[in-house]
Design a protein around this ligand. Structure first.
Ligand SMILES: *Cc1c(COP(=O)(O)O)cnc(C)c1O
Length: 400
């Protein structure tokens, strides 16, 4: 039960939290579908979904039921024993992708850590370098922050772990020139989410695959944001005619419960033997039960085509807005329901203001990579809810 106002929660929170986040002045107390309610009773339409996490919306009944049921059966036993939810999750993931084996973790960064460690141990001594792309985002642990191709995330934390190189985005020749006998893998997102909703075009990503094949490198796709229905297919790689060797996922996997996974082929997975890598909580039965429910909903007939249909509709509406406000919005890009309105140079100075004004009007979204207004609504969003957001955004842009 909520006992304080937004203002009181903010005061109490600011007193105890380390200041790693610039939070909005609202304490959220309840969520259902695409709607959130704060401590003052104000309602929001959520086009951020806990940063692309609550893909089935807040408190989806199937997920809530799975969590309740599992919490009453078994919450944790460690990975020294088998549990049903983990096994069912592994069967669903490998049965619907290129993957044959999974390792379960608690977050995206941990899934990427597992991928990096697997790539190194599989490739053998002396082959440890991982090349990622500028503008990428791979997490906040020391290794994943080193893999992240944005200097602003490195500042103050040097020296970073060795063995991470960044190739300029979009330049296949420069990437090829960085490959050496020390390289073990190329790590990239099929579409850079945090970096500003920036897709890699098909030729580029197919070229990266070819470079991996020619040089016996592993191709690691970070699908932590693009995976699990977000782009209109279970994984984004399905639309690019490129299959990775290792794939990481997290965010939407548990619809809000912390869980991540690293998935690969059996021949690569064999490089991890008992004791080589581990996680105490990874694939916790409750989080795994939630993930099983998520996959069952997403894989049901009609769910993913509906994401594609609504993604195309939303994209059209944003494109109309871009045509109305060419001084502010330069272009619209993305896949499925991972969409960005790329602001012009002049528009970008208003990015944070636009997000704040939308927040005041009761719409949650964010400004990614200082270039694009990012929209990652729950995949169950309705066209009416999309219309409501676009109409409010139109009013905010008109005010500028
Ligand atoms: C969010 C994200 C991560 C980090 O995930 P955490 O769960 O915050 O550790 C890594 N890569 C991509 C592409 C992401 O979007």
């Amino acid at each position: 039960m909520n006992t304080c106002t937004n203002k009181q929660w903010k005061e109490r929170g600011d007193k105890v939290f380390i200041g790693t986040y610039a939070r909005y002045p609202a304490a959220m107390v309840k969520g259902a579908g695409c709607r959130l309610t704060d401590a003052d009773g104000k309602e929001y339409l959520d086009f951020l979904a806990g940063i692309a996490v609550c893909a089935l919306g807040h408190c989806h009944p199937r997920v809530t039921e799975a969590i309740h049921r599992q919490a009453g059966e078994l919450v944790h036993v460690s990975n020294l024993y088998y549990t049903e939810p983990q096994i069912r999750l592994g069967e669903l993931l490998t049965g619907n992708s290129f993957g044959e084996k999974i390792f379960l973790a608690n977050s995206g960064a941990e899934a990427n850590e597992a991928a990096i460690k697997l790539a190194r141990i599989y490739s053998g001594e002396g082959r440890y370098q991982v090349i990622s792309l500028s503008g990428s985002f791979h997490g906040r642990t020391l290794a994943t922050v080193a893999a992240t191709g944005q200097p602003k995330f490195h500042k103050g934390f040097e020296p970073l772990p060795e063995g991470f190189l960044h190739a300029p985005f979009g330049d296949l020749g420069a990437l090829a020139a960085m490959i050496s006998s020390k390289t073990c893998a190329i790590l990239c997102e099929p579409l850079q989410g945090e970096g500003g909703v920036r897709p890699l075009d098909r030729e580029y990503i197919q070229g990266i695959r070819k470079l991996c094949d020619q040089n016996q490198l592993l191709l690691i796709f970070d699908e932590i944001q693009t995976g699990l229905g977000r782009t209109g297919t279970l994984f984004a790689y399905e639309q690019l005619a490129v299959t990775p060797d290792i794939l990481t996922m997290a965010k939407a996997l548990g619809n809000g419960l912390p869980i991540g996974a690293m998935m690969t082929r059996a021949d690569i997975a064999a490089a991890f033997t008992p004791g080589a890598h581990a996680s105490t909580f990874g694939g916790n039965p409750v989080a795994s039960a939630a993930a099983v429910a998520v996959l069952e909903v997403m894989l049901a007939d009609g769910f993913l085509p509906e994401v594609q249909r609504k993604g195309a509709y939303f994209r059209d509406q944003l494109t109309f807005l871009a045509e109305r406000f060419p001084i502010i919005i330069g272009s619209v890009r993305g896949m499925g329901l991972l969409l960005g309105a790329v602001l012009t140079e002049q528009g970008a100075t208003h990015g944070p203001t636009i997000v704040t004004k939308m927040f005041e009007r009761g719409f949650l979204m964010n400004f990614a990579g200082n270039v694009a207004l990012r929209f990652v609504p729950p995949l169950i969003v309705s066209t009416e809810e999309i219309d409501a957001l676009v109409s409010a955004l139109g009013e905010v842009l008109a005010e500028l």
